[in-house]
Ligand binder design. Structure first.
Ligand SMILES: NC(=O)c1ccc[n+]([C@@H]2O[C@H](COP(=O)([O-])OP(=O)(O)OC[C@H]3O[C@@H](n4cnc5c(N)ncnc54)[C@H](OP(=O)(O)O)[C@@H]3O)[C@@H](O)[C@H]2O)c1
Length: 253
Protein backbone atom coordinates (compact mmCIF):
# COMPACT_ATOMS: atom_id res chain seq x y z
CA UNK A 1 0.00 0.00 0.00
CA UNK A 2 1.19 3.47 -0.69
CA UNK A 3 -0.81 6.35 0.68
CA UNK A 4 -1.07 9.66 -1.06
CA UNK A 5 -2.51 12.87 0.32
CA UNK A 6 -3.58 10.94 3.42
CA UNK A 7 -3.84 14.12 5.46
CA UNK A 8 -6.74 15.16 3.27
CA UNK A 9 -8.50 11.86 3.93
CA UNK A 10 -8.39 12.17 7.64
CA UNK A 11 -10.48 15.28 7.62
CA UNK A 12 -12.90 14.03 10.23
CA UNK A 13 -10.25 14.35 12.93
CA UNK A 14 -9.47 17.92 11.92
CA UNK A 15 -12.99 19.07 11.37
CA UNK A 16 -15.60 19.67 14.01
CA UNK A 17 -18.45 19.88 11.56
CA UNK A 18 -19.34 17.66 8.67
CA UNK A 19 -19.44 13.91 8.33
CA UNK A 20 -16.39 11.74 7.69
CA UNK A 21 -15.57 11.01 4.06
CA UNK A 22 -17.21 8.42 1.85
CA UNK A 23 -14.74 5.85 0.44
CA UNK A 24 -15.18 4.76 -3.17
CA UNK A 25 -13.00 1.75 -3.99
CA UNK A 26 -12.60 1.76 -7.77
CA UNK A 27 -13.26 5.50 -7.84
CA UNK A 28 -10.39 6.26 -10.22
CA UNK A 29 -12.43 5.42 -13.31
CA UNK A 30 -15.76 4.39 -14.75
CA UNK A 31 -18.73 3.86 -12.46
CA UNK A 32 -16.64 4.49 -9.34
CA UNK A 33 -15.61 7.85 -10.69
CA UNK A 34 -19.25 8.67 -11.42
CA UNK A 35 -20.08 7.69 -7.85
CA UNK A 36 -17.29 9.90 -6.49
CA UNK A 37 -18.43 12.87 -8.60
CA UNK A 38 -22.06 12.44 -7.52
CA UNK A 39 -21.09 12.20 -3.84
CA UNK A 40 -18.99 15.37 -4.12
CA UNK A 41 -21.82 17.21 -5.87
CA UNK A 42 -24.08 16.14 -2.98
CA UNK A 43 -21.72 17.76 -0.49
CA UNK A 44 -19.88 14.66 0.71
CA UNK A 45 -16.13 14.48 1.09
CA UNK A 46 -14.70 11.53 -0.80
CA UNK A 47 -11.64 9.32 -0.83
CA UNK A 48 -11.08 7.21 -3.93
CA UNK A 49 -9.09 3.97 -3.86
CA UNK A 50 -7.47 1.94 -6.66
CA UNK A 51 -4.20 0.22 -7.48
CA UNK A 52 -2.72 2.80 -9.84
CA UNK A 53 -1.54 6.00 -8.16
CA UNK A 54 -1.28 7.56 -11.59
CA UNK A 55 -4.92 6.85 -12.40
CA UNK A 56 -6.00 8.16 -8.99
CA UNK A 57 -3.95 11.35 -9.35
CA UNK A 58 -5.38 12.00 -12.82
CA UNK A 59 -8.94 11.49 -11.57
CA UNK A 60 -8.29 13.71 -8.57
CA UNK A 61 -6.97 16.54 -10.75
CA UNK A 62 -9.83 16.25 -13.20
CA UNK A 63 -12.60 15.96 -10.61
CA UNK A 64 -11.30 18.50 -8.08
CA UNK A 65 -13.22 19.27 -4.88
CA UNK A 66 -12.73 17.64 -1.50
CA UNK A 67 -11.28 14.49 -2.94
CA UNK A 68 -8.43 12.44 -1.51
CA UNK A 69 -6.74 9.35 -2.89
CA UNK A 70 -5.30 6.16 -1.41
CA UNK A 71 -3.65 3.38 -3.41
CA UNK A 72 -4.41 -0.24 -2.48
CA UNK A 73 -4.99 -3.60 -4.15
CA UNK A 74 -8.13 -5.01 -2.55
CA UNK A 75 -7.23 -8.58 -3.51
CA UNK A 76 -4.31 -8.42 -1.07
CA UNK A 77 -5.26 -8.62 2.62
CA UNK A 78 -2.06 -6.90 3.74
CA UNK A 79 -2.97 -3.95 1.52
CA UNK A 80 -6.58 -3.92 2.73
CA UNK A 81 -5.55 -4.05 6.39
CA UNK A 82 -3.06 -1.22 5.84
CA UNK A 83 -5.66 0.82 3.93
CA UNK A 84 -8.04 0.85 6.89
CA UNK A 85 -5.28 1.23 9.48
CA UNK A 86 -4.35 4.49 7.78
CA UNK A 87 -7.93 5.73 7.49
CA UNK A 88 -9.94 7.81 9.87
CA UNK A 89 -13.67 7.28 10.31
CA UNK A 90 -15.77 6.80 7.19
CA UNK A 91 -19.42 7.57 6.47
CA UNK A 92 -19.90 4.87 3.85
CA UNK A 93 -17.82 2.46 1.77
CA UNK A 94 -18.73 1.72 -1.85
CA UNK A 95 -16.87 -0.85 -3.93
CA UNK A 96 -16.93 -0.67 -7.73
CA UNK A 97 -13.46 -2.19 -8.28
CA UNK A 98 -13.27 -4.98 -10.83
CA UNK A 99 -10.54 -6.47 -12.97
CA UNK A 100 -12.36 -8.45 -15.62
CA UNK A 101 -9.84 -9.52 -18.22
CA UNK A 102 -12.12 -11.22 -20.71
CA UNK A 103 -15.42 -12.86 -21.48
CA UNK A 104 -15.76 -16.14 -23.35
CA UNK A 105 -17.15 -19.65 -23.36
CA UNK A 106 -16.38 -21.70 -20.28
CA UNK A 107 -14.86 -24.38 -22.54
CA UNK A 108 -12.08 -21.88 -23.30
CA UNK A 109 -11.75 -20.65 -19.74
CA UNK A 110 -8.41 -19.13 -18.81
CA UNK A 111 -8.11 -19.79 -15.07
CA UNK A 112 -5.97 -16.70 -14.58
CA UNK A 113 -8.67 -14.46 -16.08
CA UNK A 114 -11.36 -16.18 -14.01
CA UNK A 115 -9.34 -15.70 -10.83
CA UNK A 116 -8.84 -12.06 -11.64
CA UNK A 117 -12.61 -11.49 -11.86
CA UNK A 118 -13.35 -13.57 -8.76
CA UNK A 119 -10.58 -12.00 -6.69
CA UNK A 120 -11.24 -8.37 -7.64
CA UNK A 121 -15.03 -8.47 -7.26
CA UNK A 122 -15.75 -11.18 -4.66
CA UNK A 123 -12.63 -11.74 -2.56
CA UNK A 124 -12.03 -7.98 -2.53
CA UNK A 125 -15.55 -7.34 -1.23
CA UNK A 126 -15.07 -10.01 1.45
CA UNK A 127 -11.81 -8.41 2.59
CA UNK A 128 -13.44 -4.98 2.74
CA UNK A 129 -16.29 -6.46 4.80
CA UNK A 130 -13.70 -7.93 7.14
CA UNK A 131 -11.65 -4.78 7.72
CA UNK A 132 -13.84 -1.71 7.08
CA UNK A 133 -16.69 -2.04 9.63
CA UNK A 134 -14.87 -0.68 12.72
CA UNK A 135 -14.36 2.62 10.86
CA UNK A 136 -17.89 3.00 9.53
CA UNK A 137 -19.84 5.51 11.57
CA UNK A 138 -23.42 5.31 12.81
CA UNK A 139 -25.87 5.31 9.89
CA UNK A 140 -23.18 4.01 7.56
CA UNK A 141 -23.37 1.48 4.77
CA UNK A 142 -21.40 -0.75 2.44
CA UNK A 143 -22.41 -0.92 -1.22
CA UNK A 144 -21.14 -3.76 -3.39
CA UNK A 145 -21.36 -3.68 -7.19
CA UNK A 146 -22.85 -6.66 -9.01
CA UNK A 147 -24.19 -6.38 -12.54
CA UNK A 148 -26.63 -7.36 -15.26
CA UNK A 149 -24.65 -10.53 -16.11
CA UNK A 150 -26.43 -12.10 -13.11
CA UNK A 151 -29.98 -10.88 -13.73
CA UNK A 152 -29.83 -11.49 -17.47
CA UNK A 153 -26.95 -13.86 -18.21
CA UNK A 154 -25.54 -14.24 -21.69
CA UNK A 155 -23.35 -16.96 -23.24
CA UNK A 156 -19.72 -16.16 -22.56
CA UNK A 157 -20.47 -14.38 -19.30
CA UNK A 158 -20.66 -17.30 -16.90
CA UNK A 159 -17.81 -16.25 -14.61
CA UNK A 160 -19.07 -12.70 -14.21
CA UNK A 161 -22.64 -14.00 -13.76
CA UNK A 162 -21.43 -16.31 -11.01
CA UNK A 163 -19.45 -13.58 -9.27
CA UNK A 164 -22.34 -11.11 -9.44
CA UNK A 165 -24.71 -13.73 -8.07
CA UNK A 166 -22.30 -14.55 -5.26
CA UNK A 167 -22.22 -10.86 -4.34
CA UNK A 168 -25.99 -10.91 -3.84
CA UNK A 169 -25.61 -13.83 -1.41
CA UNK A 170 -22.74 -12.06 0.33
CA UNK A 171 -24.78 -8.87 0.64
CA UNK A 172 -27.78 -10.61 2.18
CA UNK A 173 -25.65 -12.43 4.77
CA UNK A 174 -23.57 -9.35 5.60
CA UNK A 175 -26.69 -7.21 6.02
CA UNK A 176 -27.51 -9.47 8.98
CA UNK A 177 -24.00 -9.98 10.28
CA UNK A 178 -22.78 -6.38 10.07
CA UNK A 179 -26.04 -4.69 11.15
CA UNK A 180 -26.64 -1.87 11.92
CA UNK A 181 -24.28 -1.17 9.02
CA UNK A 182 -26.49 -1.49 5.93
CA UNK A 183 -25.19 -3.60 3.04
CA UNK A 184 -26.61 -3.47 -0.48
CA UNK A 185 -25.72 -4.35 -4.05
CA UNK A 186 -25.80 -1.83 -6.87
CA UNK A 187 -26.36 -3.76 -10.10
CA UNK A 188 -25.57 -1.80 -13.25
CA UNK A 189 -26.61 -2.61 -16.77
CA UNK A 190 -24.33 -1.56 -19.59
CA UNK A 191 -22.70 1.72 -18.68
CA UNK A 192 -20.29 3.87 -20.69
CA UNK A 193 -16.95 3.35 -18.93
CA UNK A 194 -13.31 2.67 -19.89
CA UNK A 195 -14.13 -1.03 -19.60
CA UNK A 196 -15.67 -0.81 -23.09
CA UNK A 197 -12.58 0.81 -24.56
CA UNK A 198 -10.84 -2.57 -24.63
CA UNK A 199 -13.20 -3.64 -27.41
CA UNK A 200 -12.63 -2.75 -31.09
CA UNK A 201 -14.61 0.52 -31.64
CA UNK A 202 -16.77 -0.82 -34.47
CA UNK A 203 -17.84 -3.88 -32.49
CA UNK A 204 -18.49 -1.77 -29.40
CA UNK A 205 -20.53 0.84 -31.26
CA UNK A 206 -22.66 -1.84 -32.94
CA UNK A 207 -23.34 -3.60 -29.62
CA UNK A 208 -24.24 -0.36 -27.87
CA UNK A 209 -26.47 0.84 -30.69
CA UNK A 210 -28.31 -2.49 -30.67
CA UNK A 211 -28.73 -2.27 -26.89
CA UNK A 212 -30.06 1.30 -27.06
CA UNK A 213 -32.73 0.09 -29.50
CA UNK A 214 -33.75 -2.71 -27.11
CA UNK A 215 -33.69 -0.80 -23.83
CA UNK A 216 -36.99 0.57 -22.50
CA UNK A 217 -35.04 3.58 -21.22
CA UNK A 218 -33.73 4.23 -24.76
CA UNK A 219 -30.21 5.07 -23.66
CA UNK A 220 -27.09 3.57 -22.13
CA UNK A 221 -26.30 4.66 -18.57
CA UNK A 222 -23.56 7.12 -17.77
CA UNK A 223 -21.43 6.62 -14.65
CA UNK A 224 -23.30 9.53 -13.05
CA UNK A 225 -26.59 7.63 -13.46
CA UNK A 226 -25.06 4.90 -11.31
CA UNK A 227 -23.74 7.59 -8.98
CA UNK A 228 -27.27 8.85 -8.32
CA UNK A 229 -28.38 5.32 -7.41
CA UNK A 230 -25.34 4.84 -5.17
CA UNK A 231 -26.13 8.10 -3.40
CA UNK A 232 -29.64 6.82 -2.76
CA UNK A 233 -28.25 3.62 -1.21
CA UNK A 234 -26.05 5.59 1.17
CA UNK A 235 -28.93 7.79 2.28
CA UNK A 236 -31.82 5.32 2.36
CA UNK A 237 -31.71 4.37 6.05
CA UNK A 238 -34.39 1.67 5.64
CA UNK A 239 -32.74 -0.15 2.73
CA UNK A 240 -30.46 -3.08 3.49
CA UNK A 241 -29.77 -6.57 2.15
CA UNK A 242 -31.17 -5.66 -1.25
CA UNK A 243 -30.19 -5.23 -4.89
CA UNK A 244 -30.80 -1.99 -6.76
CA UNK A 245 -30.91 -2.71 -10.51
CA UNK A 246 -29.95 0.34 -12.55
CA UNK A 247 -30.09 -0.94 -16.09
CA UNK A 248 -32.68 0.99 -18.10
CA UNK A 249 -34.86 -2.13 -18.23
CA UNK A 250 -32.09 -4.35 -19.59
CA UNK A 251 -33.29 -7.22 -17.38
CA UNK A 252 -36.46 -7.24 -19.51
CA UNK A 253 -34.98 -6.45 -22.89
N1 LIG B 1 -19.39 -0.80 -17.37
C1 LIG B 1 -20.44 -1.65 -17.52
O1 LIG B 1 -21.08 -1.70 -18.59
C2 LIG B 1 -20.85 -2.54 -16.37
C3 LIG B 1 -21.99 -3.33 -16.51
C4 LIG B 1 -22.39 -4.15 -15.46
C5 LIG B 1 -21.64 -4.19 -14.29
N2 LIG B 1 -20.52 -3.43 -14.19
C6 LIG B 1 -19.75 -3.52 -12.94
O2 LIG B 1 -19.52 -2.23 -12.41
C7 LIG B 1 -18.25 -2.21 -11.74
C8 LIG B 1 -17.40 -1.05 -12.28
O3 LIG B 1 -17.19 -1.27 -13.67
P1 LIG B 1 -16.48 -0.16 -14.58
O4 LIG B 1 -16.94 -0.39 -15.96
O5 LIG B 1 -16.60 1.17 -13.94
O6 LIG B 1 -14.95 -0.66 -14.50
P2 LIG B 1 -13.58 0.14 -14.78
O7 LIG B 1 -13.82 1.42 -15.51
O8 LIG B 1 -12.67 -0.88 -15.37
O9 LIG B 1 -13.09 0.53 -13.31
C9 LIG B 1 -12.68 -0.43 -12.40
C10 LIG B 1 -11.84 0.27 -11.34
O10 LIG B 1 -11.48 -0.70 -10.37
C11 LIG B 1 -10.12 -0.49 -10.00
N3 LIG B 1 -9.61 -1.80 -9.59
C12 LIG B 1 -9.55 -2.92 -10.33
N4 LIG B 1 -9.01 -3.93 -9.63
C13 LIG B 1 -8.72 -3.43 -8.40
C14 LIG B 1 -8.12 -3.97 -7.24
N5 LIG B 1 -7.70 -5.26 -7.19
N6 LIG B 1 -7.95 -3.17 -6.16
C15 LIG B 1 -8.36 -1.87 -6.20
N7 LIG B 1 -8.92 -1.30 -7.28
C16 LIG B 1 -9.09 -2.07 -8.37
C17 LIG B 1 -9.46 0.05 -11.27
O11 LIG B 1 -8.34 0.88 -10.98
P3 LIG B 1 -6.82 0.28 -10.97
O12 LIG B 1 -6.66 -0.50 -12.24
O13 LIG B 1 -5.97 1.50 -10.87
O14 LIG B 1 -6.76 -0.57 -9.76
C18 LIG B 1 -10.57 0.89 -11.87
O15 LIG B 1 -10.49 2.24 -11.43
C19 LIG B 1 -17.65 -3.59 -11.95
O16 LIG B 1 -17.98 -4.39 -10.84
C20 LIG B 1 -18.36 -4.11 -13.18
O17 LIG B 1 -18.40 -5.52 -13.23
C21 LIG B 1 -20.11 -2.60 -15.18
Amino acid sequence: LSATRYKEVNMAERSTDGAPPVMVIGGGSGIGRGVAETMLAAGERVVIVGRSEERLAKASTEIGGELATLAADITDETDVRALFERCGPLSHVLITAADIASYGPVSELDLKDASSAIDSKLLGAILIAKHAPPLIQEGGSITLTGGIAFERPAPGGSIVAAVNGALVGLCRALALELAPIRVNVLSPGWTTTPFWERMPPEQRDAMISDMVDRLPAGQIASPRDLGEAALFLTRARHVTGTVLEVNGGQHLA
